[in-house]
Design a binder for this molecule. Structure first.
Ligand code: HEC
Ligand code: HEC
Ligand code: HEC
Ligand code: HEC
Length: 419
């Protein structure tokens, strides 16, 4: 984000709200440095301020002297004598019912549904334009103004010529792709050639400025392939280096859940494997292709599975994040499990005991009354819930069971499901 913001020197840079959005998070001891770095980075980039919403952690924001533009999800920003912007950090129902102060030229909405930006639309179809840049800091919205000095009382026009061209480009590209799937011949080749010329013409087009005051809007995806800003990247590295120490200090005063005398503890899948080799092998190989989204909202395929859940966290550098490890390992913050991030050890991944419960007593003798066989849907849903899955409906218990059951592991239930 820093890299992109720095491409717009002199711009007014605002955060549309929900900066520290989880009031329930109980890891503030550990997150203090992270939040400090986040806010100092925004300030380094010259942020004008943020908009407070009911979800913001006021104490942490003010501790770090984050400038605040407005509270209760609303902030007015006067950018020029005749240019008034309203930033809204409220859900759609409240946005629709807003009683606007006179003279609002546009609304920046920080709480649009979904991660990806919506196309600009007019408030209640005739009011000022509402611009959104997606959520979760995945996009930056950029508004550029022209001829503001000549602005009258009339609402600000939105110049959409670039977006219109983009849509045209997509249509032409789709046409080219379709033509390319057919067996080629001279006629098709000339049609492809013509379409490509059309694309080149679109690319070469330069817009004359529109008459009168107007604005242009675009969103920029903060993609992983954007070159990190060196200064900020260094600060991020310094933070990551300090994290294990900070974590240890914070966790030293942590109260870990106590194991009741006679209760089972977590022993890990390697122990189960000694008697359930076939189940172990199946669990290890139970990987499926799932659809995921890239930062730009494009659909991609990834391989998912319980036995690689820890690797998933490693890939995003989050193995020390207490907000993440609970569902990507076994026994975290459970009696007989582990409670300190750096002590994960043999408990990496979603393992046998994530579903069957702590198994030390059963593993000593193989006594089947000391282990839980059936796994209720609610057990799955303790991890498979929003926001970790797209919607609650996207986890269909019966269907998902078919992935985790197979030869050597619960095959009898699988056969029943197939009927
Ligand atoms: C010492 C060998 C041994 C170890 C280690 C062991 N099991 Fe078992 N397990 C058995 C035996 C024996 C049965 C009973 C098989 C039967 O009756 O069909 C069993 C049955 C089960 C059942 C089915 C229970 C039922 O009611 O049908 C589950 C689930 C299970 N084990 C899970 C685990 C898990 C999880 C671990 C690791 C924490 C584990 N086992 C470790 C020997 C073992
Ligand atoms: C301890 C948390 C946890 C529990 C309990 C759990 N899962 Fe998962 N599950 C995960 C995680 C994390 C992933 C993603 C693993 C990865 O690819 O990194 C996952 C992935 C999956 C996948 C593959 C991806 C997909 O969505 O198709 C299936 C299928 C699945 N789980 C089914 C189940 C079923 C069925 C249950 C209950 C019987 C269950 N899970 C219980 C955490 C859990
Ligand atoms: C409440 C349980 C839970 C917590 C907490 C959790 N995850 Fe997950 N995570 C899941 C489940 C379930 C899946 C599998 C989703 C699917 O494929 O349907 C998953 C999948 C993933 C994936 C792969 C899919 C994707 O979106 O790219 C990544 C990466 C991931 N988690 C990272 C994290 C990070 C980082 C954190 C901490 C900020 C975290 N998880 C916290 C349950 C959890
Ligand atoms: C995502 C949850 C989940 C995970 C992880 C899981 N199991 Fe299971 N397991 C189930 C379900 C569901 C059944 C079917 C229960 C039934 O028959 O009602 C089952 C059945 C079993 C059974 C009894 C049926 C049989 O085929 O013998 C054993 C034994 C067992 N699992 C062992 C293991 C071991 C060992 C591991 C780890 C290597 C493991 N399970 C991992 C959910 C899980």
């Amino acid at each position: 984000m820093a890299t992109v913001v720095k491409e717009y020197p002199g711009a007014t840079f605002v955060d549309a709200g929900d900066l520290l959005f989880d009031p329930k998070q109980n890891n503030t001891c550990i997150d203090r440095d992270k939040i400090g770095l986040l806010i100092s980075t925004l300030k380094n980039l010259g942020v004008t301020g943020t908009v407070l919403s009911p979800f913001d952690n006021l104490e942490l924001l003010s501790q770090n002297q984050m400038p605040v533009l407005g509270s209760e999800g609303l902030a007015y920003l006067q950018l020029a004598p005749n240019l008034k912007i309203l930033i809204v950090q409220l859900p759609k129902e409240q946005l629709d019912k807003l009683e606007l102060l006179p003279g609002v030229d546009l609304i920046i909405w920080g709480q649009a549904p979904g991660d990806a930006p919506l196309p600009p639309f007019k408030l209640n179809s005739s009011g000022p334009y509402v611009l959104t840049a997606g959520s979760q800091g995945q996009y930056l919205g950029v508004v550029e103004f022209d001829n503001i000095a000549s602005k009258t009382n009339r609402p600000l026009k939105l110049d959409t010529r670039e977006q219109d061209r983009e849509r045209q480009r997509e249509l032409i590209q789709a046409r080219i792709n379709a033509l390319k799937t057919r067996p080629s011949n001279n006629f098709l080749a000339s049609r492809i050639q013509l379409a490509q010329e059309e694309l080149a013409r679109l690319d070469a087009q330069i817009d004359e400025p529109l008459e009168g005051a107007n604005m242009r809007f675009k969103t920029i995806a903060i993609k992983r392939d954007i070159k990190p800003d060196p200064q900020i990247a260094e600060q991020l590295k310094a933070y990551e280096k300090k994290l294990p120490q900070r974590l240890a200090a914070c966790e030293s005063s942590l109260k870990c859940p106590k194991l009741k005398p006679g209760a089972a503890s977590y022993v890990g899948a390697e122990t189960c494997k000694t008697c359930h080799a076939a189940a172990y092998e199946f669990w290890q190989k139970a990987l499926v292709k799932v659809q995921a989204k890239t930062e730009t909202g494009q659909i991609m395929e990834r391989i998912s599975g319980h036995s690689k859940a820890w690797k998933t966290l490693e890939d995003v550098n989050k193995t020390l994040d207490r907000n993440c490890i609970g569902c990507h390992s076994v026994g975290f913050m459970k009696p007989g499990g582990y409670c300190k991030a750096q002590q994960v050890d043999f408990r990496k991944n979603v393992q046998c005991e994530s579903c069957h419960g702590a198994g030390s007593l059963h593993a000593q003798t193989g006594d089947k009354t000391k282990i839980q066989r059936a796994v209720l849907e609610s057990q799955c849903r303790s991890c498979h819930h929003v926001p970790h899955i797209p919607t609650e409906q996207s986890f269909v218990y019966q269907e998902k069971l078919k992935v985790i059951l197979g030869p050597g592991h619960g095959e009898s239930l699988l056969l029943k499901l197939a009927k």
